[in-house]
Design a protein around this ligand. Structure first.
Ligand SMILES: Cc1cc2nc3c(=O)[nH]c(=O)nc-3n(C[C@H](O)[C@H](O)[C@H](O)COP(=O)(O)OP(=O)(O)OC[C@H]3O[C@@H](n4cnc5c(N)ncnc54)[C@H](O)[C@@H]3O)c2cc1C
Length: 465
């Protein structure tokens, strides 16, 4: 077929991992065709991690100011969303323009093609571009980094309303007077707290019995208590039944009542449409929710998959981690293959909820002989000093057979940072004896890890240490 354009590697989707993989392979001298239907860089910089974390930084400043009384004098704060909206436009997303990222990729020698890519045969990808279809034939293979889209539940009425997803809420120029957040997972919880701290009357609606249901129950209980104290209404076990909008306000019908608000954020998970990617052409299931991969991120002969679509954790760090493995495999460099025993995740609420490895329930379900140790941050020396805003805990999960940690949660101020020590412990299977036989800097938040380890033996009360 003479209309074929030959290339070494086609990368479908330039999210964080795809952009990294495509750029690195191009720098290594391969002819790389990167295909992107939206913005080079993907969800994280334009609609996800970065704008949401800028919002959170601003919201946390407000919360800190409110902690001044009783600690450092008096304070008044008048929240103003406009610097947040402006920062997201100017610093984070360049008004949702990906020129810098696109130039970064082409500067490395990559060939950028804008449009929707679909696999149309082994090694073959057809792209619908503005100028018509282009067909690429890859000599080495295809890397799929298609990411995910917001999942919209099939609730009667919802589709006809002007609801927000993460892609609209990050573009908000004003804080609504009231906001219903459908979904109490990480994205819903983070954004609920942001908008409440900026003055919106926020209601979180969650069908499951608790917020952040993938975390330890202690974390869910704590965040629900804090949300309630901050004036956020939390409705759990409350599956939404239908939604309507009267031109000014949303109404969400729950089993036992209705709630109304100016805005509705749908944060009920993520979805992928593998059929539209043409994966059946390479023997993959188009109806699946994820693409299974081996340790080298290989999904089929000459096909690698990385990022959210692999179902190993919808995080930017996972996309980048897997991209590095796929790149090494494509370049024949070898090295370590994928290991998912110590995947860290952080929900950037205040307090931050960091966790790694197995929860207690997962460890028990895996048949391990489990011991747990929990220490409350306010009872650690640093937590006690910190005082206002010191809620949190550290929980460690031990496989008592092997005397190593298989999971941990670090909740509290800088909980995501404290997590790193626990991640190393889980990943490297550091013997408990070693973890115990070292001094932890005083008085840091991470020093509470030592106290949590002591609790594994059922010890009680060491006082502020
Ligand atoms: C509100 C929010 C907050 C988040 N916060 C964090 C956080 O704090 N930390 C964290 O680690 N993660 C966070 N995430 C998750 C993170 O954004 C994703 O895990 C990350 O973007 C990695 O995704 P990816 O590489 O799989 O692809 P994506 O970033 O989803 O990018 C995939 C790209 O592929 C393109 N594409 C898809 N199909 C095709 C096709 N057929 N042809 C051409 N192009 C295509 C898409 O347009 C997109 O640009 C957050 C997500 C959201 C929504």
């Amino acid at each position: 077929m003479d209309h074929l354009e030959h290339t070494d590697v086609v990368v479908i989707g330039l999210g964080p991992g795809g952009e990294y993989a495509a750029g690195t392979l191009a720098e290594a001298g391969l002819h790389v065709t990167g295909i992107e239907s939206r913005l080079v860089g993907g969800e994280c910089p334009y609609y996800g991690c970065i704008p949401s974390k800028m919002m959170i930084r601003a919201a946390n400043l407000i919360a800190e100011t409110k902690r001044v009384p009783g600690m450092a004098g008096t304070s008044t704060v008048t929240p103003d969303w406009s610097p947040v909206a402006l920062r997201i436009r100017e610093e984070a997303t360049d008004y949702w323009n990906d020129k810098v990222a696109a130039d970064r990729f082409t500067g490395k020698g990559g060939h950028l093609v804008r449009g929707h890519g679909k696999i149309t045969g082994p090694g073959q990808v057809t792209v619908d571009t503005e100028d018509g279809a282009r067909v690429f034939q890859a000599r080495r293979g295809i890397v799929i980094n298609c990411g995910t889209d917001p999942a919209i539940p099939p609730l009667p009425g919802l589709a006809d309303t002007p609801y927000w997803t993460n892609r609209e809420i990050v573009q908000a120029e004003q804080v609504p007077e009231s906001l219903i957040v459908l979904g109490g997972g990480a994205i819903g919880a983070e954004l609920a707290q942001v908008f409440a701290r900026f003055g919106a009357a926020v209601t979180v609606v969650e069908a499951l019995p608790r917020l952040l249901s993938f975390e330890e129950p202690e974390a869910s209980e704590l965040i629900q208590r804090i949300f309630t104290a901050e004036g956020i209404r939390v409705c759990t076990m409350a599956p939404a039944e239908r939604v309507s909008h009267n031109g000014a306000r949303f109404t969400v019908h729950l089993g036992d009542g209705v709630i109304t608000a100016e805005r509705l954020l749908v944060a009920t998970g993520r979805r992928v449409d593998l059929a539209s990617l043409g994966v059946a052409e390479v023997g993959l299931d188009p109806k699946a929710r994820t693409i299974p991969t081996d340790g080298w991120m290989r999904a089929a002969d000459g096909v690698w998959a990385i990022g959210d679509v692999t179902g190993k954790g919808a995080f930017t760090h996972m996309s980048m981690y897997q991209a590095d493995i796929a790149v090494r495999d494509i370049l024949g460099q070898g090295g370590e293959f994928a290991d998912y025993r110590a995947v860290p995740r952080v929900t950037f609420t205040d307090p931050e909820i960091g966790s790694v490895g197995l929860t207690e329930e997962q460890a028990r379900a895996a048949g391990l002989r489990v011991r747990t140790g929990v220490i409350q941050v306010p009872y650690s020396a640093r937590g006690w000093i910190h005082k206002a805003g010191n809620d949190g805990f550290i929980k460690v999960i031990e496989d008592a057979e092997r005397s190593v940690l298989v999971g941990a949660s670090s909740v509290g101020p800088y909980g995501g940072e404290v997590l790193s020590a626990l991640q190393v412990a889980v990943r490297a299977e550091v013997p408990l004896a070693t973890l115990r036989n070292m001094p932890y800097a005083y008085p840091t938040f991470h020093r509470a890890i030592e106290d949590a380890l002591k609790k594994l033996d059922g010890a009680t009360g060491f006082g502020p240490s």
